[in-house]
Ligand binder design. Structure first.
Ligand code: FES
Length: 111
């Protein structure tokens, strides 16, 4: 298992998302994290509908209401805590979640 430091906890505001690219043994992984109630969740930046990135703008993954993760291409909505798709063309599918650990005020990715 390898760990990668993503950012400091304070650099990730509540209800905001941030994207990262990490080099792993399997190649480059594009991912993003979202923080809700001081807990950080991480997902691969791939929409299950077409297997393309979810966002058009850097670090922008949420719906306008900031209640869900939203794919910018066809508008699929995903829950922030589980990545389940609850509306859109891939309804019933889910984002690929990643292991995120918060320790010592830092956010780490575990692969
Ligand atoms: S590519 Fe994401 S909803 Fe179609």
């Amino acid at each position: 298992m390898t760990t990668h430091l993503l950012c400091h906890n304070d650099d990730l505001p509540e209800n905001k998302t941030r994207s990262f690219s990490v080099e792993s043994q399997q190649g480059k992984i594009d991912l993003f994290v979202v923080k809700i109630d001081n807990k950080v969740y991480g997902y691969k930046n791939l929409c299950p509908h077409l297997g393309i990135p979810l966002n058009w703008q850097p670090d922008e993954f949420l719906s306008i209401e900031e209640t869900h993760i939203q794919c910018a291409t066809h508008g699929a909505l995903f829950t922030m805590e589980t990545g389940d798709c609850i509306a859109g063309p891939c309804s019933g599918d889910k984002l690929s979640s990643l292991n995120i650990e918060q320790r010592d005020n830092e956010v780490w990715l575990q692969l």
